[in-house]
Design a protein around this ligand. Structure first.
Ligand SMILES: *[C@@H]1O[C@H](CO)[C@@H](O)[C@H](O)[C@H]1NC(C)=O
Ligand SMILES: *[C@@H]1O[C@H](CO)[C@@H](O)[C@H](O)[C@H]1NC(C)=O
Ligand SMILES: CC(=O)N[C@H]1CO[C@H](CO)[C@@H](O)[C@@H]1O
Length: 292
């Protein structure tokens, strides 16, 4: 009887967690995914990988910008077809292999050409842009598109684009660091008439470093009407003052967790962990201890 009750409690807990998503452990992949340490990324407790450096061209083709010395940029979809090659597809698909802790993979992009393409040819699912996103989704096994708009901030075209992506099976997320008014409008319009767990805009990865260093996750969550996933920047020799060790990250996540309004945490970015020779295991463990 006791065992049965325990199992039932455990199942309810797991169900609640999956519904509420209260344990997001994310990392942004700045380094070319063909060069980063896949074993470490998929075995250190992270459950969400966000591939940085995707962009849209004027004709609706999609690029993957490598951001890594010695790597080249790749056109990953054009004319409604996946063009990124088998190696890249196999690599990204392997992130969610059965042995991996990862269950969600997103691509992160800015708002380049979104407004123009939403105006013409528009957000139909038969447009080159929509077909290209569908092709990449299938080839890479993606779950969401992450909006890292840090300059254009056009609410109307952003919401239209998010709804187009939703029609082809993507969730939509954001990486805000400033401009609460923009994000609040996008979230409320994208999620109009929807409720957990079926939100379209279902995650806000809040930058709490660099330009966003003063951000308070609980305040953002109440303004946005959506709990947030605060991000810290790992130890980095580019802007060392924002560098956060695993120990310091754990302290920050604990503080934010106790203030409320958060559903996990995450890091900007894998490149710096590898360049600085710090430990994926330790960064992952800092998240797992606060957001198990
Ligand atoms: C990749 O990560 C694994 C596990 O953390 C580690 O054992 C291995 O040495 C790393 N590989 C490289 C090339 O750094
Ligand atoms: C996180 O916050 C929740 C809710 O306040 C609390 O129950 C939990 O113990 C906290 N976790 C840690 C590791 O501090
Ligand atoms: C060592 C280093 O310069 N690392 C990176 C820190 O992050 C920025 C982006 O925010 C990269 O451009 C750097 O390469």
């Amino acid at each position: 009887m006791i065992l049965y009750s325990l199992i039932r409690l455990l199942l309810i807990e797991l169900l609640l967690r999956s519904v509420l998503g209260a344990n997001i452990r994310a990392i942004y992949l700045f380094k070319d995914v063909l060069k980063s340490n896949t074993t470490a990324l998929t075995n250190s407790g992270f459950n969400s990988l966000v591939i940085f450096g995707v962009g849209i061209l004027e004709d609706g083709s999609i690029m993957y910008y490598s951001n890594t010395p010695g790597s080249t940029d790749v056109k990953i979809a054009s004319g409604g077809t996946y063009t990124g090659g088998d190696a890249l597809a196999a690599k990204v698909k392997s992130f969610k292999a059965s042995s991996s802790s990862v269950d969600r993979v997103e691509i992160s992009m800015n708002s380049q050409h979104v407004k123009d393409l939403m105006a013409k040819p528009g957000p139909g699912t038969d447009t080159p842009l929509a077909k290209n996103f569908a092709a990449v989704k299938t080839a890479w096994g993606l779950d969401a598109v992450n909006n890292d708009d840090e300059s254009l901030y056009d609410v109307g075209s952003t919401v239209t684009f998010a709804k187009m992506l939703n029609k082809i099976g993507y969730k939509y997320t954001g990486a805000p660091y400033t401009n609460t008014a923009f994000w609040k409008s996008v979230i409320s319009q994208a999620n109009q008439g929807l409720a957990e767990p079926n939100l379209l805009f279902d995650r806000a990865y809040l930058q709490c470093y660099d330009g966003g260093a003063g951000n308070i996750p609980s305040s953002w969550a109440s303004t946005l009407g959506l709990k947030v996933v605060p991000l810290v920047w790992v130890t980095n020799d580019s802007k060392p003052s924002y560098g956060t060790t695993p120990t310091a990250a754990k302290t920050k996540f604990q503080g934010w967790n106790s203030s409320g309004g958060v559903v996990g945490g995450g890091y900007w970015n894998d490149y710096d962990i590898e360049k600085m020779g710090t430990s994926y295991t330790e960064y992952g463990a800092a998240l797992s201890s606060v957001f198990p």
